[in-house]
Design a binder for this molecule. Structure first.
Ligand SMILES: [Fe+2]
Length: 372
C-alpha cells in the first residue's frame, strides 16, 4: 500500500483532425498568444488553421514565432514581453517540446513584471493562477504536453534548467497524430526513443505507483508496436497514432513517477558531446537496464509473460533498425576522453534518485565506460 497523488492535464483530445477541437476549447479570456517554432507551423499551414479555429470563438489571437529547438531564457522573455504588451490571457504552445515548454513558461510567469531569469536565479515559485494553456505537439517524444516543467537553456550559464510548477501542467492537450506524419525518419527515431525511455524508466522508478505502472506499460506496448513501423513508413497512420499516444502516455507516467539513470547520465552526456537527447537515451538504456537487473529482473520476466516483449533485446533491435549504434564512440570516436567532464556534470538528485538501483560515482563510471 502506497500513498500517492497525481497530476494530469485538464482536458485531452486524441485523434486524427483533433486540431479542429481548438474551436471548442474553453479558453479563459478574450486574447491569446500562439507560441511556435521557426518554420513548420507556418509553412505547413497549421499556424493559419489554428488561428482561424480560435477566431471562430470570437477571440483575438497573436503569434510569437521563432522558438529554437532548445528554447533559451531570452526567447521566453521575448515571448513574455509580447504577451504582456498584447495583454494575452491564454496561450497555445504549437510545435515540438521546446515550443510547448516556452508556452508553459510564458503562461507561468507573464502576470508578473519579472524575467524568467529572475524566477530561476531567485527560485521564485511559479504562481498558482497561471494562464490557460493549450499544448499541441507536432512531434512525438518529449512528453512536455503532460508535465509540469519547462526545460530552458540558460545561455549565460550554458546549462539546461527547469522552471516548474504544478500550475504549469497544460490546461488542455490536443494529440493529433496527423501533425506528425511529415516528421523525418531520424527525428521519429530519436524522439521516439526518448519516449520509449520515459516509458521504461518510469516503469522501474522507485517513485512509481500502481497507476503510473499501468500508463508506463501501455506506453511501452504502443511505442514498441508503432515506432519501427512509423520509422519505416512515415505515412503509416496507425503507427503514427500509436507513437503519439504512446509518447503522451509515457509523459503522464514520468510526470508522476519520475525517471531514472538513463536520463540522469544522459543529460550531461548530451550536453558535453552535443548529441540529441533521444539518441543518447537510446544508447544508454540497455546498459542502465543491465545495471538495474537485480531490482528489475522479476518485472522484466513479467513483461515478457504478459506482452511477449523481451525488453532489453527489443530495445537493442529497435536501435539497430534505426541505425543507432551500441556505443557513442561509433558516432564520436574519442567520446571516452570526455568521461571526466561528463562525470563532473552528473547530478545525483532528480532522475538519478529514482533509479531502482542506487547510483554512485563508480556505477556511473562503469556505465559510461561501456556506453561511450
Ligand atoms: Fe527524455
Amino acid at each position: 500500500m502506497k500513498d500517492f497523488s497525481m497530476l494530469f492535464p485538464g482536458k485531452v483530445f486524441v485523434g486524427y483532425n483533433s486540431i479542429e477541437r481548438l474551436q471548442d476549447i474553453p479558453f479563459r479570456g478574450t486574447r491569446g498568444l500562439i507560441i511556435t517554432g521557426r518554420n513548420f507551423a507556418r509553412k505547413s499551414g497549421l499556424l493559419d488553421n489554428a488561428r482561424k479555429l480560435i477566431r471562430k470563438q470570437s477571440k483575438e489571437v497573436f503569434v510569437f514565432e521563432g522558438v529554437e529547438p532548445e528554447v533559451s531564457v531570452e526567447t521566453v522573455d521575448a515571448a513574455v514581453e509580447l504577451a504582456r504588451r498584447y495583454r494575452a490571457e491564454f496561450f497555445v504552445g504549437l510545435g515540438g517540446g521546446s515550443a510547448i515548454d516556452c508556452a508553459k513558461a510564458v503562461a507561468g510567469i507573464y502576470r508578473d513584471r519579472l524575467s524568467v531569469k529572475e524566477y530561476l536565479d531567485s527560485k521564485i515559485p511559479v504562481r498558482k493562477d497561471t494562464g490557460y494553456m493549450v499544448a499541441i505537439p507536432t512531434t512525438a517524444g518529449s512528453g512536455s504536453e503532460a508535465t509540469k516543467n519547462a526545460v530552458l537553456y540558460y545561455t549565460q550559464k550554458k546549462i539546461k534548467i527547469s522552471l516548474r510548477g504544478e500550475s504549469m501542467v497544460p490546461s488542455a492537450v490536443i494529440i493529433d497524430p496527423g501533425l506528425t506524419l511529415s516528421m523525418p525518419p531520424e527525428l521519429t527515431a530519436h524522439s521516439g526513443m526518448d519516449a520509449l525511455t520515459h516509458a521504461v524508466e518510469s516503469l522501474f522508478s522507485k517513485n512509481a505507483n500502481e497507476l503510473t505502472e499501468i500508463l508506463s506499460l501501455k506506453a511501452l506496448t504502443l511505442l514498441v508496436d508503432g515506432l519501427p513501423a512509423a520509422y519505416k513508413n512515415g505515412g503509416d497512420k496507425k503507427a503514427r497514432y500509436n507513437v503519439m499516444l504512446g509518447s503522451f502516455t509515457a509523459g503522464m507516467a514520468f510526470a508522476n513517477a519520475g525517471l531514472g539513470a538513463a536520463h540522469g547520465i544522459g543529460h550531461p552526456v548530451g550536453a558535453v558531446l552535443n548529441l540529441p537527447h533521444g539518441l543518447v537515451n537510446a544508447v544508454l538504456l540497455p546498459y542502465v537496464l543491465k545495471h538495474n537487473m537485480s531490482a528489475c529482473s522479476a518485472q522484466l520476466e513479467q513483461i515478457k509473460k504478459v506482452t511477449g516483449i523481451d525488453l532489453i533485446k527489443k530495445i537493442k533491435s529497435i536501435n539497430r533498425s534505426f541505425g543507432i549504434p551500441a556505443r557513442i564512440s561509433a558516432i564520436i570516436p574519442r567520446a571516452g576522453e570526455k568521461t571526466d567532464e561528463i562525470m563532473e556534470r552528473v547530478e545525483y538528485s532528480a532522475s538519478m534518485s529514482y533509479n531502482p538501483v542506487a547510483m554512485d560515482e563508480a556505477a556511473v563510471k562503469k556505465i559510461l565506460k561501456e556506453a561511450l
